[in-house]
Write a protein that binds this ligand. Structure first.
Ligand SMILES: Nc1ncnc2c1ncn2[C@@H]1O[C@H](COP(=O)(O)OP(=O)(O)OP(=O)(O)O)[C@@H](O)[C@H]1O
Ligand code: SF4
Ligand SMILES: [Mg+2]
Length: 355
């Protein structure tokens, strides 16, 4: 889906983000040294197994980490250059739903059954844009038209149960873009949806991006969806980014064994009837991580050093980063210390695109 012209300046830059939970078992390092960036009009996939820290990343960006037990203990989240981790709660209220919006894949849980569509789509416009009366109504109709709801002037009086599943998704999408956010975060819930609804949802996000140029962070555990949806991808394992780069590069030439395993796990058409590949072993517990490569116990290529020291981040290609000791043996240069594929190498130009 990439086209160079639609990708613009960096809108969000996350640097060395760390979010920990203090639990009775110990300190859970759910997000531990994450760095990545997102450009206007671009879709960045965050992919990883259950528990790898994807949702905590989203909650950290929106400053909605439940506290206690969670604490953002370090890092920066720069929205158009301003570190929103330094914002007070009043300033954050102006960011959430307005400059950074979240859309959930399950439209039933995102919509309130007792309010009509006009009320629900209009809420953020009332709060953030202070619209009222006919102007508000016109804007709601306009939003519904943008997400291609037929006869929006009539449908605004409907309640969620009067709409089809696909239309409800479109309404949730309209709420997401109602204030013209710079960043839209789509956190895919683990519940599996049927293929038709899934495809509709992906098409909706693409439509919204085309319409508004919003930068999208798309969170999933499925590399197959990443390949369809995203321009770049960050692969998370045990609270860290282990590989990132543009999707085509990584899909054709994964440089981290965990990425390789995730790609192998994507079912191919001809393999549908056979048993699906699952990555052997379990992800580690996050309160007792070794000061070494966390993937080592599951990695078919692990050697002594992997169990002794956390790999630094190596640049392995044009913007492709990998935290794996194997890359050192191939002469790749480290660009950041151990702790995940962390680098602040966000492009400063507005014209650069990955492919
Ligand atoms: N409120 C909390 N208290 C303690 N630990 C938490 C809390 N919320 C999340 N965690 C821990 O943080 C880690 C990351 O969780 P997170 O929800 O980000 O995973 P995820 O990658 O989104 O997984 P999934 O694909 O299942 O949604 C997990 O180990 C989880 O147990
Ligand atoms: S650092 Fe070693 S254990 Fe970790 S992914 Fe690379 S080869 Fe495997
Ligand atoms: Mg999650």
């Amino acid at each position: 889906m990439t086209s160079a012209s639609r990708i613009g300046e960096v809108v969000l830059e996350v640097q060395d983000l760390r979010t920990y939970f203090v639990t009775k078992w110990g300190v859970v390092k759910a997000v531990d040294g994450l760095s990545f960036y997102l450009r206007k009009g671009e879709t960045l996939g965050i992919v990883g197994e259950s528990g790898s820290g994807k949702s905590v990343t989203a909650l950290s960006i929106t400053r909605l980490v439940p506290s206690p037990p969670g604490h953002i203990v370090g890092g920066q989240v720069k929205l158009m250059g301003e570190d929103i981790l330094q914002f007070n709660e009043r300033e954050m209220v102006k960011v959430r739903g307005n400059r950074i919006a979240m859309v959930l894949q399950d439209p039933m849980t995102a919509l309130n059954p007792v309010f009509d569509i006009e009320n629900q789509v209009g809420e953020a416009l009332k709060i953030h844009k202070h619209l009222r009366g006919q102007t508000l109504k016109d804007s709601v109709v306009d939003m519904l038209r943008k997400v291609r709801i037929p006869a929006p002037e009539i449908r605004i009086r409907d309640y969620p149960h009067q709409l089809s599943g696909g239309m409800r998704q479109r309404v949730v999408g309209a709420i997401g873009i109602s204030c013209d956010p710079e960043v839209l975060i789509a956190d895919e819930p683990t519940t599996s949806l049927d293929a038709t609804i899934q495809a509709q949802y992906l098409r909706l996000l693409r439509d919204l991006q085309e319409e508004t140029g919003v930068g999208i962070i798309f969170i999933t555990h499925d590399f197959g969806i990443v390949a369809k949806m995203c321009d770049r991808v960050a692969v998370m394992y045990a609270g860290k980014i282990v590989e990132q780069g543009n999707v085509r590069q990584i899909f054709n030439n994964p440089s981290h064994p965990y990425t390789e395993a995730l790609i192998t796990a994507v079912p191919k058409m001809e393999e549908k009837a056979k048993r699906l590949y699952a990555i052997p072993g379990q992800p580690p517990v996050l309160w007792d991580l070794p000061n070494a490569c966390a993937f080592a116990p599951r990695c078919p290529y692990a050697f002594d050093k992997c169990h002794e020291e956390y790999p630094p981040v190596f640049e392995v290609g044009d913007g492709q980063l990998s935290a794996c000791w194997l890359r050192e043996g191939e002469g790749a240069k480290p660009v950041a210390a151990g702790g995940g594929a962390s680098t602040s190498a966000a492009p400063t130009t507005t014209t650069e695109a990955d492919d």
